[in-house]
Write a protein that binds this ligand. Structure first.
Ligand SMILES: [Fe+2]
Length: 484
């Protein structure tokens, strides 16, 4: 039994794996209740032990080269100390093997896919040194074909602009992506950003003018450029880079299958463009560093995992009272659901979700009364898989993990789940993915003729996703919303 660990980064996590079975996988934040917690905690280790006792640890990163890079970059603290942390949480007796950061990402993607061979693209802010890497994956394992190293990083470029726009770097990149639809994407601003930030901009190769690790607050924008315009142009540059790189991979490597991993693979707008290049695309639903807890183990075993879905965390062992939930929804109420195993990944996919009727002009306002989000941000729809194409121009056949956006065919009827550009981040639901959530949607469809529900994460503002039934009850008290 092997334990994969991601820690001392921006989203600590663990995964317990036996052979090809992922027994349990979870984020530290769900237990400590500290959003994006960087360290492991005893509570999660106690739960992990309910599933088995590991014999070895696979750590998602090489501490020595990472420490060297941090020292070189003048970052503090520069020394990475995995053993000290393992000692604190009572795991120091186990042997540890350290796995390369980008290799962990690539392995998390390839070995959870159904592909026997694949071309793998990894793009994030930075691992030890790598920022972009391209791999050829086959039964022989993962072969590194190309990589780019720090400080040249397309992920850091995007993160620097996240901070420039007053958002939290390494956390709120998705808000920058959402803002982009409200801005003007015009060539003079795109060219200025490229000129000011890149010495070379090709695909996959590029070179930055500056180390962007400390942001780019010094950048002077053109007077007429709004925050939204800057977001639109930064997003356009990211899309152009990823498109060119993926086209280069398609031309260069033989596989018809494509795997995309790393923090940049959370950009669902860009993902949808890449899905047009490769018919067979797989993005593991936790493509950032947290998912590398699984990847570190897979890179060690070099074997495919029996991927059954992302419901791998804390188990709330109770049946969902579907009829009561439906009655609440029919009364126009927002309803929380917390049952089964928690999602491993950033999205609530029906086991820790807040739901409401997506129809009508006030759906978003009803949800926003609880979520208090920026008004411009839409909520996502969860739709019965077989009706997804009736309502959305899907770039992929199925999207069970909300990783792609699709144009809504009838945005007037469903304004709450449509963004400014009429796109929606769709979750398709079938019985194999999540039988309880599927049943709920089926009953909703029988009663209303509407095959979808608005689905967002069940969390108190500023807190991680609800994890336990106790968290769910706390949510209920603080928000006045029933949770079933
Ligand atoms: Fe990463």
């Amino acid at each position: 039994m092997l334990l994969g660990i991601t820690s001392q980064n921006h989203d600590a996590s663990m995964a317990l794996i036996d052979g090809d079975k992922i027994l349990w996988a979870a984020h530290a934040e769900r237990y400590s209740r500290i959003k994006n917690d960087t360290l492991l905690n005893e509570e999660m280790i106690k739960e992990m032990r309910e599933y088995g006792e590991p014999k070895q640890i696979l750590w998602f990163e090489q501490p020595f080269p990472k420490s060297l890079r941090k020292l070189w970059a003048g970052q503090r603290p520069w020394l990475c100390k995995p053993r000290e942390e393992l000692k604190k949480v009572g795991l120091n007796h186990l042997p540890v093997e350290y796995i390369d950061h980008h290799e962990s990402h690539a392995a998390a993607g390839f070995y959870t896919s159904k592909f026997q061979d694949a071309s793998v693209l990894v793009a994030d802010a930075v691992g030890e040194w790598a920022t972009v890497s391209i791999w050829e994956a086959s039964s022989k394992g993962l072969k590194l074909k190309w990589h780019k190293i720090y400080p040249d990083s397309i992920g850091l470029f995007y993160t620097a602009f996240t901070q420039y726009l007053g958002l939290k770097p390494n956390e709120e990149e998705y808000i920058l992506m959402g803002m982009a639809a409200f801005g003007k994407k015009y060539s003079s601003l795109i060219d200025k950003i490229k000129d000011d930030f890149f010495v070379k901009f090709e695909g996959p190769d590029f070179k930055l003018r500056h180390n962007l690790h400390r942001g780019c607050k010094w950048w002077v924008r053109p007077e007429d450029a709004t925050d939204y315009d800057i977001a639109a142009c930064v997003q356009a540059i990211m899309e152009e880079y990823l498109l060119r790189t993926t086209e280069w991979i398609k031309r260069t490597l033989p596989s018809e299958n494509f795997v995309f991993m790393g923090g940049c693979a959370l950009n669902c707008v860009a993902n949808s463009l890449l899905a047009k290049i490769y018919k067979n695309i797989w993005i593991m639903p936790n493509p950032g560093d947290a998912g590398s807890a699984i990847g570190a183990v897979a890179a060690h075993t070099k074997k495919h995992l029996d991927w059954q879905g992302p419901y791998l965390g804390t188990d709330i062992k109770q049946d969902l009272d579907i009829d009561t939930v439906i009655n609440e929804l029919l009364s126009g109420n927002v309803v929380g659901v917390a049952n089964g195993r928690a999602e491993f990944g950033p999205r609530a996919l029906g086991n820790r979700s807040l739901l409401c009727d997506p129809r009508g002009p006030d759906a978003k306002d009803r949800m926003n009364a609880i979520k208090c989000r920026e008004k411009f941000r839409p909520f996502a729809p969860a739709v019965l898989e077989e009706y997804a194409f009736d309502h959305f121009e899907m770039p992929v056949k199925v999207s069970p993990y909300m990783q792609f956006v699709a144009q809504c065919r009838d945005p007037r009827s469903f304004p709450g789940i449509c963004h400014q550009d009429k796109s929606s981040r769709v979750q398709t639901v079938n019985t194999a993915d999540n039988p309880t959530f599927r049943k709920l949607l089926e009953v909703w469809y029988e009663k209303t003729g509407c095959p979808m529900l608005m689905n967002t994460s069940l969390n108190i503002k500023g807190e991680p996703l609800v994890n336990t039934w106790k968290d769910a009850k706390r949510f209920e008290i603080l928000n006045g919303v029933k949770v079933f």
